[in-house]
Design a protein around this ligand. Structure first.
Ligand code: TPP
Ligand code: MG
Length: 916
């Protein structure tokens, strides 16, 4: 490797020769100018590379197309027909958005994003994107969210959508189940959209990890993914998102030459220019090249080639290099004369170069991103790059709002324009040469018409032939299993039902055992995808390194430092564990790739992403939302859970709210288990639901969030149904999965009764409180394990809603109300999470006090005992809460509560932990 400046560290073995070279350079600069000097240096570097003289890649090249005209391949399509098709699509997309906003003012939609990128997609649809009609998964195409109108418009041309469908753009409620979603949302259009992309940055990072996951599947010999390429379309403004660029180096490191990014560089974002004072294409070129990508710039359309060929002095390239984007944007809205004066004008040689061009020709000198041949050359080069080991990015310069007329094209407000006046529509029609297809009479009505070429037209035939040749229409989401999965054998779970036999263990280490068991299962095992973000040791998962091995595409090229240890760091190309390093975002992207593999590849895989619960929903919540949209199926394991159980780590680590955030995601099945057998039951039932045989009325498109604690205690065996009723006679699985069950009956012979609900590690305080209450305060408390307040609340809300809407029918009682109705005394619910978590069911316990005890406030460092006292969730606080509830019910005197407070040394006037 050579670094800039290293030459000063090296001896000059022939100063005379060095001086000759330097003098030649100075001579060229003086005689022929800097441009010529730059040219010669570039040629020298090229030659050096050809001769295997390694040299660090320069990060940027001149502001011209990467592929010169003479290297452009023959264009195999019919340019004229493709232009017509594109014109129809452009027209329909614009009419669709306009129509939607006419019918429902303010409904939104975007015209100018697709207008700028129509050619980028069409070149892909006509020549590159592989479909899946032959039963293979084809290419995976991530479409820029705001370009959705154009994709609907193409589907309309292909006959996949009808006029009534287009009229239902953004009207999903007006036309239930058959509206067109605003953006790519598999949750809303599960047979159409595959990849949610509209939250900026999430599409690109997902695409990278998806391409990597395809390699993982191939290297592990689970699926042959060689015929699938991942294409990701994104905006130039979108590259400001850390997620967009944050994983570029991974793509290069993993040699993802199955990945192509296409960046629509229209130089604008929502409010204005992306880099008014700079050059976004140059900036991105440097970033991508620096990360090791193959960069192809498509900046200028063909008509510039002739000018560039005459640029013997390099003045044109120099002008291209030094003009900032804000200025380029200006040129798109100005007259030809303005361009002549300002771009070509200052230098007489430049002015001379375009003397033969009229103002109109100057104005319409096209950008490369609107030039079919240039784009075809770039896409072909990207596709042929397979085998090079480098991912490709194609940076395409376009005009935002292209063809939509002077009031829209290139304007700063273009992103937000949704409506087109009759005059604007007319000018678009003219611009697209659609006078024959859409005569004036059709524009007279209030409603601009869609246009679909008849089935016997050359355009329709061409369009369909191309798609047939490429494997059928896209986007299309299919859920056809190509490689079925067999659920694990029952034996995998049984050890957890027996408990740990007095040996202390945490739910985390128990889960690690379970994961190992699952991995060992002969038929199911290979489908397990353990994902960690550099915290495996924290969770005791390093024990899996040797057995399951860490995935490394290139194997392990070194002998690890701990090779002689039992738990050494073993990497292998067939490794199973995705060790992502410190990136929760990347890990979530991997999770999504694995969790949607049942659909994208027809190969169900089961990801278990185990992470610091604090760095899950809070940090990558939007990616989790995206997973929900993508219909992900898998397990998110929130380890080091709880505000007080993770001791010593303090404010930024202690999680007391991920379960609150989890409650906001409808498909998320959130569980807060206390014991290993509960974890096992949730995983077993989760597998059954997500990847087992389908059950009518049960949605398999869910994912699980399970908290795992690192506190060690003897794991109890599962309750014996012969000795305890878990509530309404349920079996263990039903009891655990519904969210609440009786765990321990109340001690006998106490004058008063109470009910304590616990979840997660709070069972310790609850159990201790039961003993205290019985021995000291004459209260017999029943213990219930609340595995999922979210599940209970959702069931209760559904019952409540049903009752509201069916007033004349027999009214339903929420399950949680039924379960607790037979229990004694006040209900105290204790959690290592915020009180909001148990409070989810408060409304459904109507007949007596419901007292939630939670860890509200910001974390701090100390021992578990100190933290639990501080947050008022330890056993004494549970006792006091129960007594306080009994007092409210008139069963004990205030003095008794007061006595308890004093007995346990609780300072009633200490500061509320929430306020510190
Ligand atoms: C995370 C996120 N933040 C903000 C937005 C709102 N938004 C939608 S489009 C857009 C501008 C997009 O610009 P660019 O990526 O350049 O796309 P273009 O439409 O220009 O092709 C913004 C800010 C969003 N969709 N996602
Ligand atoms: Mg843009």
């Amino acid at each position: 490797m050579i670094f800039d400046g290293s030459v000063h560290q090296l001896p000059d073995i022939d100063p005379t020769e060095t001086q000759e070279w330097l003098d030649s350079l100075v001579g060229v600069i003086e005689e022929r100018g800097k441009t010529r000097a730059r040219y010669l240096l570039s040629r020298l570097l090229d030659r050096a590379r050809e001769s295997q003289v390694s040299f660090p890649a320069t990060v940027s090249t001149p502001y011209v197309n990467t592929i010169p005209r003479e290297q452009e391949p023959w264009f195999p399509g019919d340019e004229h027909i493709e232009r017509r098709i594109r014109a129809y699509i452009r027209w329909n997309a614009a009419v669709m958005v306009g129509h939607a906003n006419k019918v429902a003012d303010g409904i939104g939609g975007h015209l100018s994003t697709f207008a700028s990128s129509a050619s980028l997609y069409e070149i892909g649809f006509n020549h590159f994107f592989r479909g899946k009609d032959d039963g293979n998964p084809g290419d995976h195409v991530y479409i820029q969210g705001h370009a959705a109108p154009g994709i609907y418009a193409r589907a309309f041309l292909e006959g996949r959508l009808e006029r009534a469908d287009l009229d239902a753009f953004r009207r999903e409620i007006a036309r239930p189940g058959r509206g067109l979603s605003s953006y790519p949302h598999p949750r809303l259009m599960p047979e159409f959209w595959e990849f949610p992309t509209v939250s900026m940055g999430l599409g690109p990072i997902s695409a990278i990890y998806h391409a990597r996951f395809n390699r993982y599947l191939a290297n592990r010999r689970i699926d042959d993914t060689a015929a699938s390429r991942v294409w990701a379309f994104l905006g130039d403004g979108e590259t400001d998102e850390p997620e967009t660029l944050g994983a570029l180096s991974l793509a290069a490191r993993e040699q993802l030459d199955n990945l192509v990014f296409v960046v629509n560089c229209n130089l604008q974002r929502l409010d204005g220019p992306v880099r008014g004072n700079g050059k976004i294409i140059q900036e991105l070129e440097a970033v991508f090249r620096g990360a090791g990508w193959n960069v192809i710039k498509v900046i200028w359309g063909s008509r510039w080639d002739e000018l560039l060929m005459r640029d013997v002095d390099g003045v044109l390239v120099n002008q291209m290099n030094t003009t900032v984007d804000g200025e380029f944007q200006r040129y798109t809205v100005e007259s030809g004369n303005y361009i002549r004066e300002h771009f070509f004008g200052p230098d007489p040689r430049l002015r001379e170069m375009v003397a033969h061009l009229g103002d109109d020709e100057l104005r319409t000198l096209p950008r490369g991103g609107h030039d079919y041949r240039k784009l075809f050359a770039a896409y072909k080069a990207a596709v042929e790059n397979l085998g090079s080991g480098r991912p490709t990015v194609i940076l395409c310069k376009t005009v935002k709002g292209w063809t939509l007329g002077p009031e829209v094209e290139g304007r700063n407000a273009t992103h937000q324009i949704k409506k087109l006046s009759a005059d604007q529509l007319k000018s678009i029609r003219e611009r697209l040469y659609l006078q024959d297809e859409i005569p004036d009479t059709m524009l007279e009505s209030d409603e601009a018409p869609y246009y679909r070429p008849p089935a016997d037209s050359v355009e329709y035939q061409y369009l369909m032939t191309r798609r047939r040749a490429l494997g059928g229409s896209l986007p299309k989401r299919v859920v056809t299993t190509r490689r079925p999965l067999t659920l694990p054998a029952a034996g995998v779970f049984t050890e957890f039902e027996r408990g740990s036999g007095g040996q202390a263990a945490s739910t985390t280490t128990s889960f690690t055992r379970l994961l190992r068991n699952l991995g060992r299962d002969e038929v199911f095992g290979p489908r397990v995808v353990p994902i960690v973000a550099d915290e495996a040791r924290t969770f005791g998962m390093d024990s899996l390194f040797r057995e399951l091995k860490i995935y490394a595409a290139q194997g392990q090229k070194y002998e690890p430092v701990d090779h002689d240890l039992l738990l050494s760091y073993v990497e292998a190309s067939s490794g199973q564990i995705l060790q992502e390093g410190i990136t929760e975002a990347g890990s979530m992207a991997s999770f999504i790739a694995a969790a949607t593999s049942y659909a994208t590849r027809g190969v169900p895989m089961v990801p278990f992403f185990t992470f610091y619960s604090m760095f899950g929903f809070q940090r990558v919540g939007d990616l989790i939302w995206q997973a929900a949209d993508a219909r992900a199926r898998g397990f998110l394991m929130g380890a080091t859970a709880g505000r007080t159980t993770l001791l010593g780590e303090g404010l930024q680590h202690q999680d007391g709210h991920s379960l609150v955030l989890a409650a906001t995601l409808p498909p998320c099945q959130a569980y807060d288990p206390a014991f290993a057998y509960e974890v096992a039951s949730i995983v077993r039932n989760g597998l059954q639901r997500m990847v087992g045989p389908s059950v009518p009325g049960v949605d398999p498109d869910v994912f699980y969030y399970i908290t795992l604690y690192n506190e060690n205690y003897p794991q109890p065996p599962a309750p014996e149904l012969t000795t305890i009723d878990l509530g309404l006679g349920a079996d263990l699985d039903t009891a655990v999965m519904r969210g609440l069950y009786r765990w321990q009956r109340a001690p006998h012979d106490q004058p008063r009764g109470a009910t304590i609900l616990f979840s997660g590690s709070a069972h310790g305080a609850a159990r201790a409180a039961v003993d205290e209450l019985a021995t000291r305060w004459g209260v017999g408390a029943e213990l219930w394990s609340a595995t999922s307040y979210k599940a209970l609340r959702e069931e209760a809300l559904a019952a409540e809603r049903w009752n509201r809407l069916h007033p004349t029918r027999p009214q339903r009682t929420p399950l949680v109300t039924q379960l607790l109705s037979a229990t004694p005394g006040p209900v105290v619910a204790v959690s290592d999470y915020m009180a909001l978590v148990p409070e989810q069911i408060a409304r459904f316990v109507t007949d007596r006090p419901f007292i939630p005890l939670g860890t509200d406030g910001m974390g701090r460092s100390d021992t578990r005992e100190a933290l639990r006292r501080f947050f008022e969730v330890d056993a004494p606080h549970v006792v006091v809460a129960v007594l306080s509830g009994l007092m409210a019910m008139g069963q004990i005197a205030p003095e008794t509560v007061d006595a308890a407070i004093r007995h346990y040394g609780i300072d009633p006037d200490c500061v509320d932990p929430y306020l510190i």
